[in-house]
Design a protein around this ligand. Structure first.
Ligand code: NAP
Ligand code: MG
Length: 502
């Protein structure tokens, strides 16, 4: 266990529990599990771990301690992984679908069995609060594999008019994922690919490789045929080498819009019709009408922006409040924000854990300064009620009022616990301003009137619209963006489309 203590974090009362997701029955008490982390890890290629060779450190952002040294993938490593995936493809894709389903089902079961350990590892490597890893991330990871195990022998129902023989896998899939939901993003990518008969080379993010490597151990344990899933650790260059490899047939990317645009150019330059899906950034609006239940909305606003320290692509980072209720909402928000416990991510009472890296903390602090320079008013918890640990990368949750549409805080993705509050008078004005960014990933609408909600929800340019709630996820529900938030969908029947040729 980490030696950071929660004693340095002052607690306020009354105690509030954030309700970010459905706690599954089997969610264990991960604080008590022992987790072994090897000092060095190689890549997982063709069913085996390689020697580590040249490495880079992955740290615990709450303590700044090195957890392990992890192999730094180069073009040759990528080549070996792609070759293994290519060799495994014919057998895996021709396996009876019920057999493929069994393997995926076994992965799901093993994830449940090792849930404690996976939750701790996710929290140590990435900094998110243990109650989120334990109650949200890892249960959703298991759910994603269970859900897709179910599809493997039913694909002909997903694509009406197509017989079994008309549904072919795309081939070798290169998959690149970010650091905010490391194992969950791996599950979003790997599970549908396997269900549809593809093979995979996955590259986790530089700061959070450990749970993907633990997943590799699980794949060994359940005896997934060698080469079906390969995991290459490394930095941006490793991802770039994977994207350029001529033998990948599909590239699935989740990350920043900036890198997504680079990969779109790579795909175009290849000129070989490689399949591409991009899940990119967001600046999602959360719109509160004056007939909404304000207490309920405040909980949704809090979870919308402070869940996972705001490292969430669909974070409700722009709040639009109807003018008549703005004073009440801001006051309640201020009180509620004050009650959030910032600190040791391994403490089960922590609401806001560590920022994923020093680089990300600098970026967030820069945005806080820019917003103040542009004239917005900063609201943050009083230091006495929410002191920060002396080591590690921490940031107190905050919000800004007096935000103008032209302010950078209203347009650009901060990817931290920073909320921009604006007001509106009419639904038309709310809609116009909500849609006025380059992004279109998600949105929230809060009102007592169903007709008003549906009217605005259908006009919002967002892939997901939550009504009187926020940040609810389900493997059966497609997720993905409009505009610069990307294209393609993950999850649900729609997510299978990215992994088949009809
Ligand atoms: P990022 O910098 O774009 O990195 C994402 C992944 O791409 C990492 O594995 C990264 O490796 C790799 N990469 C970096 N440069 C590359 C290149 N030139 N070619 C190929 N791969 C490259 O994003 P991030 O900072 O990890 O994640 C935050 C972003 O992800 C945010 O914008 C967030 O909104 C977005 N996101 C979107 C969704 C969604 O579903 N729409 C979900 C989660 C996150 P390194 O880690 O080694 O740099
Ligand atoms: Mg780390």
């Amino acid at each position: 266990m980490s030696d950071t203590t929660s004693s340095s974090v002052k607690r306020s009362s009354p105690r509030h529990e954030l309700n970010f997701g459905e706690a599954w029955d089997y969610a264990p008490a991960p604080e008590s599990a022992k987790v072994t982390i090897e000092p060095r890890y190689g890549h997982f290629i063709n069913g085996k771990f390689t020697k580590a060779g040249k490495t880079f450190p992955t740290i615990n952002p709450a303590t700044e301690e090195t957890l392990s040294e992890v192999a730094l993938g180069n073009t040759r490593d990528v080549g070996r992984a792609v070759a293994a995936a290519k060799e495994a493809l014919p057998k895996w894709s021709r396996l009876k679908p019920t057999e493929r389903a069994k393997y995926i089902f076994r992965i799901a079961r093993r994830i449940q069995e090792r849930a404690r350990e996976l939750a701790i590892l996710e929290t140590k490597d990435g900094g998110k609060p243990i109650k989120e890893s334990r109650d949200v991330d890892i249960p959703l990871v298991a759910q994603h594999f269970f859900y897709h195990a179910g599809w493997a022998d039913k694909l002909h129902y997903a694509f009406p008019g197509h017989g079994r023989g008309d549904i072919q896998p795309v081939g070798v899939c290169g998959q690149i994922i970010p650091w905010n939901f490391p194992l969950l993003m791996a599950a979003w990518k790997i599970a549908p690919a396997l269900a549809c008969g593809n093979t995979v080379v996955l590259k986790p993010a530089e700061t959070t490789p450990l749970t993907a490597l633990r997943l590799a151990e699980i794949l060994e344990e359940i005896e997934l045929p060698p080469g079906v899933v390969n995991i290459i650790t490394g930095a941006g260059d490793t991802g770039a080498a994977l994207a350029k490899h001529p033998d990948i047939n599909k590239l699935a990317f989740t990350g920043s819009t900036e890198v997504g645009k680079i990969l779109a150019r790579t795909a175009a330059e290849r000129g070989d019709g490689i399949r591409l899906t991009l899940e990119l950034g967001g600046k999602s609006p959360n719109i509160i009408f004056d007939d909404a239940s304000i207490d309920q909305a405040v909980e949704g606003i809090i979870s919308g922006i402070y869940f996972n320290q705001g490292h969430v692509c669909c974070a409700g980072s722009r709040l639009f409040v109807q003018e008549g209720i703005v004073d009440e909402v801001v006051e309640k928000l201020r009180i509620r924000m004050q009650s959030l416990r910032v600190g040791d991510p391994l403490d089960k009472n922590t609401d806001v854990g560590a920022i994923n890296s020093g680089e990300q903390l600098t970026r967030i602090n820069d945005y806080i300064r820019i917003a103040q320079d542009e004239g917005a008013e900063l609201h943050e918890p009083q230091a006495s009620s929410n002191g920060l640990p002396s080591k590690g990368f921490f940031c107190r949750p905050c919000f800004f009022t007096g935000v103008q549409q032209s302010h950078r805080i209203a347009q650009e993705e901060v990817f931290g616990p920073v909320l921009a509050v604006q007001t509106f008078r009419t639904p038309e004005e709310a809609l116009k301003r909500a849609n006025n960014t380059p992004y279109g990933l998600a949105a929230g609408v809060w009102s007592d009137k169903g007709s008003k909600i549906f009217e605005i929800a259908t006009k919002l340019k967002a892939g997901v619209v939550w009504c009187n709630t926020y940040n609810k996820f389900d493997a059966a529900s497609p997720f993905g963006g409009f505009k610069e938030s990307g294209f393609g969908r993950e999850g649900g029947i729609q997510g299978l489309r990215g992994y088949v040729r009809l």
